[in-house]
Design a protein. Structure first.
Length: 276
C-alpha cells in the first residue's frame, strides 16, 4: 500500500468524519468506510470496523466537550441507547425482506432532507422549553423514539447519529447542542459494540490505517465540538446543514467513482478474455 496515498486518504477521511461527528453527531462510517474502500481497495467489512472504532474515541471526546458545556442528557441518552441497540436487530431482519435499492434510495433521501431542514428551518428550541417536559414523560419518549431509531437504522443501514439527531430535534424537541451532545454520547457505546464485533469476526485491520483514521477523526471531532459549543444556534444550524448535505455529496461522488472503477475492471477482464 502506497504510504503517501494512505496518509492523504486517512487524513481527509478523518477530517470529514471528525467534523461530522463534532458538529452534527453523525457516524464516521458515512465517510471513512467508502473512502477506504474506494481509494485504498480495503475489504468493506474491515473498512466498517475501522470506521466504527474511529467513531468510539471521536464520539467520546465530543460527548465530553458537550457535557462539559452542559449540553448532554445522560439519563435519557442511556434509555434511548438500550432501545436503539435492541431494535436495530429487528430492523435488520425486516430489511432482509426488502430490495436493497429501496433502502439505499431512502437513506440518501433522508440525509438530503435532514441537511436542508437545518439550513431552511433552524432548530431554535431553548433549554428552558426543554425543561418544561416532565422527567417521566421524557423517559417514555426516549424509550419509544429509541425503538423507532433502532428499527429505522437497522432497516435502511443508515448511521444512527443521523436518525438520532432528526428524532431528538424534531420529535423530542431538544435544542440542537443538547441533541448533538446526546447523540454522540449514545454513539460512543453503539460504535464500540459494532467495532468489537467486526474485529472479533473479521480479525485485526491494517494497523497503520487504523491508527491514522482514529487520530485524524479524534483531532477534527475535538475541534468541531469546541467550535460547536461556542457557536450561536443559528450558526450551528447552518454549519450542521452544510456538513450533512456535504456528506450526501461526498457519498454520491464516491459511489459514482466506485461504480466507474468497477465498470473499467469488467471491461478489462472482458478484453483479456477475448484475447485468449
Amino acid at each position: 500500500m502506497n504510504t503517501i496515498l494512505m496518509i492523504i486518504v486517512t487524513f481527509f477521511a478523518g477530517m470529514g468524519a471528525g467534523l461530522g461527528t463534532g458538529f452534527a453527531g453523525m457516524s464516521a462510517a458515512a465517510v471513512i468506510s467508502p473512502m477506504l474502500i474506494t481509494f485504498l481497495g480495503m475489504d468493506p467489512y474491515m473498512a466498517v470496523g475501522i470506521a466504527l472504532s474511529s467513531d468510539v474515541l471521536a464520539s467520546a471526546v465530543s460527548a465530553y466537550t458537550y457535557g462539559k458545556n452542559k449540553n448532554l442528557d445522560v439519563k435519557n441518552g442511556l434509555i434511548m441507547m438500550v432501545s436503539v441497540l435492541t431494535f436495530t436487530v429487528v430492523g435488520s431482519y425486516v430489511s432482509s425482506l426488502v430490495p436493497s435499492t429501496t433502502m439505499g434510495n431512502f437513506s440518501v433521501f433522508m440525509t438530503f432532507l435532514l441537511g436542508i431542514k437545518f439550513i431552511v428551518k433552524p432548530v431554535m428550541t431553548t433549554k428552558e422549553a426543554m425543561e418544561k417536559v416532565s422527567p417521566k414523560k421524557r423517559a417514555v419518549q426516549s424509550l419509544i423514539c429509541g425503538v423507532m431509531i433502532g428499527f429505522i437504522c437497522g432497516f435502511i443501514g443508515a448511521g444512527g447519529g443521523m436518525m438520532m439527531l432528526l428524532i431528538l430535534t424534531s420529535v423530542l424537541g431538544y435544542e440542537l447542542k443538547t441533541a448533538v451532545g446526546t447523540s454522540v454520547f449514545i454513539m460512543t457505546f453503539t460504535a464500540f459494540t459494532g467495532a468489537v464485533s467486526h474485529f472479533a469476526i473479521g480479525g485485526m485491520p491494517n494497523i497503520a490505517v487504523w491508527i491514522l483514521c482514529i487520530m485524524f477523526t479524534l483531532l477534527w471531532a475535538r475541534i468541531a465540538a469546541v467550535f460547536a459549543n461556542k457557536a450561536t444556534p443559528k450558526t450551528l444550524n447552518r454549519a450542521t446543514g452544510v456538513i450533512i448535505s456535504g456528506f450526501l455529496g461526498l457519498w454520491l461522488w464516491q459511489f459514482s467513482t466506485f461504480k466507474l472503477i468497477e465498470s473499467r475492471k469488467k471491461i478489462n477482464i472482458i478484453g483479456e478474455n477475448k484475447r485468449y
